[in-house]
Design a protein around this ligand. Structure first.
Ligand code: PBG
Length: 326
């Protein structure tokens, strides 16, 4: 008698067999490196809560972008940390402002060899740290914010961004940005819409990374972690408004959302493995509690398996090097 009848273990017997039947792979071309550029520094500033990640100076950012292109990464997503902030985040509109200048110098360095993406959001630029401007009661004013996003988007397109990432979760932001881009002759600049972006505790280290001035939280505009249906609504709206790609964020605590969105989206889906996800794995690895490389690769593979076509991850260059080494 032969028992058991089914032996799934057969296909796990050698590395070559496992490689043959692997359903999901990670490839450098699908990885996007988020990068911070800080105004007024000449040496990169390490981030305490994200060991291995820095706020770049212009020079080191350029080097990181060139390296990303050489490694065959899919793209780089730029975030600016300005020296001066005000209530309306006006430095975001200055063509010579930290983010717009960074876009220009990165494009000059990499041309079209790397997809240059930039964050369209006010939180790094406002002195209150919110993603939009405030009304006289201190609430985030959706429609007044849209007007600024439209100008910000045009400034970033003018600086040379290939793809814009509106991350502020204002209603109507994709439509307004698309309209403004088209009116300014930037029909070919794409939008990756942060469609399902949740109010998450895992953004903590990012707030250090951009010297966030935020007191309180973003729960009136970012989504509630309890909600799944709403993610589909947000994606549908962003698609209707003209999103070329959509994003789910964070990644690891929202893999179900990612799967739902991947199943219904007719456009490419990105997932953002955020600062807190990075910090957790680094901290556990530093304590010797997990195998760092294996955990990183498993985490990104899981995000891909859940349906992401692209993954924004601070480990993108390191993963690409591992993949190259085999
Ligand atoms: C907002 C923005 C945030 C992140 C990317 N864009 C922070 C927030 O919503 O508070 C977080 C990224 C990360 O945590 O790695 N512009």
């Amino acid at each position: 008698m032969s028992f058991p009848h089914h032996r799934p273990r057969r296909l796990r017997q050698t590395p070559a067999l496992r490689r043959l039947v692997a359903e999901t792979r990670v490839h450098p071309a699908e990885l996007i490196l988020p990068a911070f550029i800080r105004e007024g520094i000449t040496e990169p500033a390490p981030l305490q809560s994200m060991p291995g990640v820095v706020q770049h100076s212009t020079d080191t950012l350029k080097r990181a972008a060139v390296e990303a292109a050489e490694l065959g990464l899919g793209g780089i997503m730029l975030f600016g940390v300005p020296e001066v902030r005000d209530p309306s985040g006006s430095a975001s509109l200055d063509p010579e402002g930290v983010l717009n200048a960074a876009i220009r110098s990165v494009r000059a360095e990499v041309g079209d060899d790397l997809v240059v993406m930039s964050d369209v959001c006010l939180d790094e630029f406002t002195d209150h740290g919110h993603c939009g401007v405030l009304d006289d009661q201190g609430r985030v004013d959706n429609d007044a914010t849209l007007e600024i996003y439209a100008q910000m988007a045009v400034a970033q397109a003018e600086a040379g961004a290939h793809v814009l990432g509106p991350s502020g979760m204002m209603d109507g932001q994709v439509a307004v940005i698309r309209q403004a881009l088209d009116a300014a002759g930037h029909q070919d600049v794409s939008i990756v819409a942060y469609a399902a972006k949740y109010a998450s505790a895992f953004y903590g280290p990012f707030r250090e990374a951009v010297d966030s001035q935020l007191k309180g939280d973003r729960r009136t505009y970012q989504m509630d972690s309890a909600n799944r249906r709403e993610a589909i609504l947000e994606v549908e709206l962003d698609l209707e408004e003209g999103a070329d790609m959509i994003m789910v964020k964070p990644a690891m605590s929202y893999l179900d959302i990612l799967r739902d969105v991947a199943d219904m989206s007719p456009v490419p889906v990105a997932a953002y493995q955020i600062s807190g996800e990075y910090a957790m794995i680094e901290a556990a690895a530093a304590n010797g509690w997990i195998d760092r490389k294996a955990a990183i690769l498993e985490s990104v593979l899981g995000i891909r398996r859940a349906g992401a076509n692209m993954v924004l991850t601070y480990w993108a260059p390191e993963i690409a090097r591992w993949l190259r080494e085999g």
